[in-house]
Ligand binder design. Structure first.
Ligand code: ATP
Ligand code: MG
Length: 253
C-alpha cells in the first residue's frame, strides 16, 4: 500500500472542522490532483499527510506503515520521504540558489543556518543534478530573490528533490504564476512523475491544468470528498456540483 487515508478528520483548535471523514487511496506513480473551492480543505489534507498538522481522528498509512501519529525519528523519516512545494516558493531569499537546494537535504532550516556552507562534494553534485532536472543550473550562484516567480518555483522543486522523495506534495504550486509559466512548471512535475517515478499529489485551481496533468482527481467540498475519478469525466454538471451553480470555467492553456 503506497498511501491510504481512512476516515480522516481535522478539527483546528479554533473549532473549524476542516476535514470530515476523508478516505482515499493513492497508488505508486499516480499524479493525483485535489480540487475544490477555497476553504474546502485541500491544504489541510496535504498538511495532514506530511504531518505539518496532526490529524484529529482517522488513519494515514504510508508505505505500509501507520504514520498517523508518528513522532521523533519516525516523523523525521516520514518527512524525508515526502517532499513539499508551496504556492509562495518559501526559498531563503538572501541565499544563493544552490544553497537553497542543498538545504533540502537538511531536517530543518535552523540546522541549515548553523551548518551554513559546510556541504560535501557529493551533496553539491546532487544539488546540481536536481537543478538540471528543472533546467536552471546556470542560476546556481544567483541569489534566490533575484529570480522570477517561475524560476523560484523551479528552485523550490529542485530543493524538494534533494531528499529523493517517494511522494511529492504540491499546494497550489502555480497559483502565483502567469498561464504560460504555470504550464511550464506543471511540465516539470509531469517529468518528475514520469521519469523519476515520484508519486505526486497536487492541489490546483484551474480545471484545464487538471485535465492536462492529473491521472486521477478528487474534489473536496466543505471537508468531504464529493468526486473521485478521472479528469476527463468532470463534465459541466460535475463542475457545477464541485464549484457551485454560479461558477464559470476559466480557461488556462
Ligand atoms: N491553521 C489553521 N487554523 C485554523 N483554521 C484553519 C487553519 N488552516 C485552515 N483553517 C480552516 O480550515 C478550513 C480549510 O482550509 P484549507 O486551507 O485547508 O482550505 P483550502 O481548500 O486549501 O483553501 P484555499 O483554496 O483557499 O487554499 C478553512 O475553513 C480554514 O479557514
Ligand atoms: Mg489551500
Amino acid at each position: 500500500m503506497f498511501l491510504k487515508v481512512e476516515d480522516l478528520h481535522k478539527v483546528y483548535p479554533s473549532g473549524t472542522h476542516a476535514l470530515k471523514g476523508v478516505s482515499f487511496e493513492v497508488k505508486e506513480g499516480e499524479f493525483l490532483v485535489v480540487i475544490g473551492l477555497s476553504g474546502s480543505g485541500k491544504s489541510t489534507l496535504l498538511r495532514c499527510i506530511n504531518r505539518l498538522h496532526d490529524p484529529t481522528t482517522g488513519k494515514i498509512t504510508f508505505l505500509d506503515k501507520d504514520v498517523t501519529h508518528v513522532k521523533g525519528e519516525e516523523l523525521r523519516n516520514l518527512r524525508k520521504s515526502i517532499g513539499m512545494v508551496f504556492q509562495q516558493f518559501n526559498l531563503i531569499k538572501r541565499r544563493s540558489v544552490i544553497l537553497n537546494v542543498l538545504s533540502g537535504n537538511l531536517a530543518s532550516m535552523s540546522t541549515f543556518n548553523s551548518v551554513s556552507e559546510n556541504f560535501s562534494e557529493k551533496d553539491l553534485e546532487d544539488a546540481y543534478k536536481c537543478l538540471d532536472i528543472v533546467g536552471i543550473s546556470e542560476k546556481a550562484n544567483v541569489r534566490a530573490d533575484a529570480l522570477s516567480g517561475g524560476q523560484q518555483q523551479r528552485v523550490a522543486i529542485a530543493r524538494s528533490l534533494m531528499q529523493k522523495p517517494k511522494l511529492l506534495l504540491a499546494d497550489e504550486p502555480v497559483a502565483s504564476l502567469d498561464p504560460a509559466t504555470s504550464n511550464s512548471i506543471m511540465q516539470y512535475f509531469e517529468k518528475i512523475n514520469k521519469e523519476l517515478g515520484t508519486t505526486v499529489i497536487c492541489n490546483l485551481h484551474f480545471l484545464s491544468l487538471v485535465r492536462r496533468y492529473a491521472t486521477r482527481v478528487i474534489a473536496l467540498k466543505a471537508g468531504e470528498i464529493i468526486y473521485e475519478g478521472f479528469p476527463e469525466e468532470i463534465d459541466e454538471n460535475w463542475f457545477k456540483t464541485i464549484y457551485g451553480e454560479e461558477a464559470e470555467e476559466v480557461e488556462i492553456r
